[in-house]
Design a protein around this ligand. Structure first.
Ligand SMILES: [Zn+2]
Length: 131
């Protein structure tokens, strides 16, 4: 069974993975965080996860989701490199970078990471432009 799952996971076009990784790096720059690794896995119950060691894993099936939802998951996981929980600060930052996150994520279950470290002050972040 796992062999079949692995085969499907490996079927994702390399170009799709490259584009996705490029977007993760784009968002990482905006959020001033530095993920150590960006991997794709066959995650069964969540869209992504991150470790205490800044290792991000995204569900392979996320590659076939709409771009706006991909961005929501990317920003969500990258923000966990600063805020390890889903508290008020996390939701505030998510709203700054993904104002429509409640709409984009409606009716979807988003997995979250198991990071338990301290909250990192958001230095060097660049909030959405104001007029
Ligand atoms: Zn989360």
């Amino acid at each position: 069974m796992s062999r079949g799952v692995e085969a499907r996971a490996a079927a994702a076009p390399p170009a799709a993975r490259r584009r996705f990784r490029t977007r993760v790096r784009h968002w990482a720059d905006r959020l001033a965080v530095k993920p150590l690794t960006i991997e794709f896995r066959t995650l069964r119950s969540k869209w992504a996860s991150c470790s205490d060691y800044r290792r991000l894993a995204f569900a392979e099936i996320l590659l076939s989701e709409p771009r706006e939802f991909q961005d929501f998951v990317i920003v969500h996981e990258l923000l966990h490199l600063r805020v390890p929980n889903h508290g008020p600060l996390f939701r505030t930052l998510l709203s700054v970078y993904q104002p429509e996150w409640r709409i984009v994520s409606a009716n979807r279950v988003t997995g979250h990471c198991s990071r338990r470290g301290p909250t990192v002050p958001p230095r060097g972040t660049r909030p959405a432009s104001r007029s």
